[in-house]
Design a protein around this ligand. Structure first.
Ligand SMILES: N[C@@H](CCC(=O)N[C@@H](CS)C(=O)NCC(=O)O)C(=O)O
Length: 208
């Protein structure tokens, strides 16, 4: 069977896995459900949440577990235990950052799920400063490594999750893409990858 990811019609939690498959040149069934169908589908999902990944070995839930599994399968978690741990660290840092950005800003400003807070501009600015702290942490880790990409000389999962995080953040903070030379260079390097370029050109346009 062909590996499959079931998610909503969003980049969000499924995007790193989709990009791993695109870069590996491997087929992935990218099934996207709509909210109207979700109410009936939810009861059949292992944890009542998406994404859900299925392959010949079985079913996985938890977006980062799925992304790591895919990255390991296609050699994108580094070449040794240390590089794998560094990849993991950046995946977790981005996850935490995404959860904060999502709960503080994206849910009301982009998704219209939550009501706007009383002091929207303060919330938006504080969330941006928090995001920049995480990016600065990742920059320091990468500069210490001095590799072509964040952790390795090839794109690994860390690069993918940081790139996805930047694209999420750019929905609210377009300036993040040129916040500093390091981010600019990183984004240029990623978008110069022909496989990623093609994937981005062909993927569905979604708010997040
Ligand atoms: N920790 C889980 C969180 C999954 C999650 O919160 N999924 C949301 C969409 S981003 C969901 O399924 N929401 C619909 C629902 O809970 O009914 C992961 O990373 O996969």
């Amino acid at each position: 069977m062909t590996d499959k990811i079931l998610y909503f019609n969003l980049r969000a939690r499924a995007e790193p896995t989709r990009i791993v498959y695109a870069l590996a040149g491997k087929p992935l069934v990218d099934e996207r459900t709509i909210l109207e169908k979700w109410e009936t589908l939810k009861a059949d999902q292992p944890l009542g949440q998406l994404p859900v990944f299925t392959c010949s070995e079985g079913t996985l839930v938890m977006s980062n577990t799925i992304a790591r599994y895919a990255a390991k399968k296609f050699g994108m978690m580094g070449d040794n235990l240390w590089e794998e741990a560094l990849n993991d660290m950046i995946v977790e840092a981005c996850q935490e950052s995404f959860e904060k950005l999502s709960s503080k800003v994206l849910r009301w400003k982009v998704m219209n799920i939550d009501p706007e807070p009383e002091n929207p501009n303060v919330v938006i600015e504080e969330a941006y400063q928090e995001l920049l702290k995480t990016l600065d942490f990742i920059k320091k880790v990468a500069e210490k490594r001095a590799k072509a990409f964040l952790i390795c000389n090839e794109i690994s999962l860390a690069d993918i999750v940081v790139f996805v995080a930047l694209q999420h953040a750019a929905v609210v903070y377009p300036e993040v893409m040129s916040e500093n030379e390091w981010i600019e260079e990183f984004v240029n390097k990623m978008t110069s990858d022909e496989r990623l370029k093609k994937y981005i050109e062909e993927r569905a346009e979604t708010p997040l």
